[in-house]
Design a protein around this ligand. Structure first.
Ligand code: ZN
Length: 350
C-alpha cells in the first residue's frame, strides 16, 4: 500500500503518469467533499451554491479602499454571515488562478463566516487580460499535473486543496488552448475523483461540442456540469445533455431580468420546471455566478447582476428564483434535490 507521502514524492518526481495510475484517489475517501478547511462528509454540505466567485479580490488589488485588506475582509465576513443566516451552508468558488484567486482570503472568510467553501483548480483562459500571470504549461500533461498538484498538495504554497476543477470555454467551440484545458481536466478528474464544472456559451450549444472532447477522454458525464446553461432557451438542448448523464448549472437566471433579455427570467424559470417535470431535478444546479469579492472592492467592478439586483447578490437564487419556481409548481422536494441532493452527490470525491 503506497502511503500518501510516498505518493506525493513519487508524483512530484514522475509527474502525471503515476498520478493517473490510482493512488491519488485513495488519498481522499469516497463520499468526502474537499473544503478549504479540510475534508467534510458530503452529507454535511447542505444548501450549496455551486458556481460563485468569492475570492476574486486580487484582480482589483489597485482598487483596495481605505483600510486595505483587513477592512475588506471584515466587510466580506459580515456579508457572508448574512448569507449563512439566510440558510445557505456551502459556497463553491470557481475562481481559478488566472482570474485572481486569493486562496488565503477564501480560507479566512470561510473560517470566520461559518460557511463551508470549496476552492477550484483549473483555468479560465484569459491570458491577454492578465499579462502578469504565467500559464504553468500549455500541454495536456503539464496542465493535468498542475491541477493534480493543487488538488493533492495545495494551492499557492498553502495546504488548502482544491475540491473541484473548473474550465472556461468562452465560445461555442473550444479553441486549441481550451481543448487542452478540457483534456487536462478530464485526466485530473480521473486521477483524483473530483468533478468538473465548465463555463459554457449555452446560446451556442457549447456543452455539445465540449462533450465530444470529454468523451474522447473517457469522462463520466455525471462528473461534469455545464454551467451558465440557462443562457439557452431551447429545452431540447438541456434534455439532450441531461439524458446523456450531464449536469446543468442554471446560474445566469438573473440576466433574464434585463430589458429584452433572451431568454427572459420567466423563460429560464419555466425551463427549469420542465427539466424537473422530466425527472431531471437531480441534474440541475441553482446558483448565480456572483462576483462577490470584486463587487465589494470597486464600484466599477460590480457585475451586470449587481447593477440589476443590488440587494440580493449571493441571495438572488434564494430570494427571487426559488420563490418563483414554487409559484409555478416546482415542489419543495425537487427544490431540495437541486440545492442539496445534487451538490452532495456531485462534490463527493468518487
Ligand atoms: Zn463563473
Amino acid at each position: 500500500m503506497l502511503r500518501r507521502r510516498d505518493f506525493l514524492a513519487r508524483a512530484a518526481a514522475t509527474g502525471i503518469a503515476d498520478a493517473i495510475s490510482g493512488p491519488a484517489r485513495a488519498a481522499v475517501r469516497a463520499g468526502m467533499a474537499r473544503t478549504v478547511l479540510g475534508p467534510l462528509p458530503a452529507s454535511k454540505l447542505g444548501y450549496t451554491l455551486p458556481h460563485e466567485h468569492i475570492a476574486d479580490g486580487p484582480y482589483f488589488l489597485n482598487k483596495w479602499r481605505k483600510g486595505g485588506r483587513a477592512a475588506f475582509t471584515a466587510e466580506a465576513v459580515e456579508k457572508l454571515k448574512q448569507v449563512r443566516a439566510a440558510g445557505i451552508d456551502t459556497i463553491v468558488d470557481l475562481t481559478t488562478y488566472d482570474v485572481g484567486r486569493d486562496i488565503r482570503f477564501l480560507e479566512e472568510v470561510s473560517r470566520k463566516s461559518g460557511l463551508h467553501m470549496i476552492a477550484a483548480t483549473g483555468q479560465r483562459f484569459f491570458p491577454p487580460r492578465y499579462p502578469d500571470v504565467t500559464m504553468p504549461s500549455r500541454t495536456v500533461e503539464g496542465l493535468a499535473a498542475f491541477f493534480v498538484k493543487e488538488i493533492e498538495q495545495g494551492i499557492d504554497g498553502t495546504g488548502v486543496k482544491a475540491g473541484v476543477i473548473k474550465i472556461g470555454v468562452v465560445a461555442g467551440r473550444p479553441t486549441g488552448l481550451e481543448e487542452t484545458g478540457l483534456r487536462a481536466a478530464a485526466r485530473a478528474s480521473k486521477a483524483t475523483g473530483l468533478p468538473i464544472r465548465i463555463h459554457t456559451d449555452a446560446a451556442r450549444r457549447a456543452g455539445e461540442s465540449d462533450a465530444v472532447i470529454l468523451e474522447e477522454e473517457g469522462m463520466d458525464p455525471s462528473r461534469v456540469s455545464f454551467d451558465h446553461s440557462d443562457g439557452n432557451g431551447d429545452i431540447a438542448y438541456f434534455l439532450g445533455l441531461a439524458r446523456r448523464g450531464y449536469r446543468l448549472g442554471m446560474d445566469h437566471v438573473h440576466r433574464g431580468l434585463a430589458a429584452n433579455a433572451e431568454p427572459s427570467f420567466e423563460r429560464r424559470a419555466q425551463n427549469i420546471k420542465q427539466l424537473v417535470d422530466a425527472g431531471f431535478a437531480g441534474k440541475v444546479f441553482l446558483s448565480q455566478d456572483a462576483e462577490f469579492g470584486g463587487s465589494l472592492l470597486a464600484e466599477e467592478a460590480k457585475d451586470f447582476r449587481s447593477k440589476l439586483d443590488p440587494q440580493e447578490g449571493l441571495l438572488f437564487t434564494a430570494r427571487t428564483l426559488i420563490p418563483r419556481l414554487r409559484q409555478i409548481g416546482v415542489p419543495d422536494t425537487e427544490i431540495r434535490t437541486m440545492t442539496v441532493g445534487n451538490p452532495r452527490a456531485f462534490f463527493a470525491v468518487s
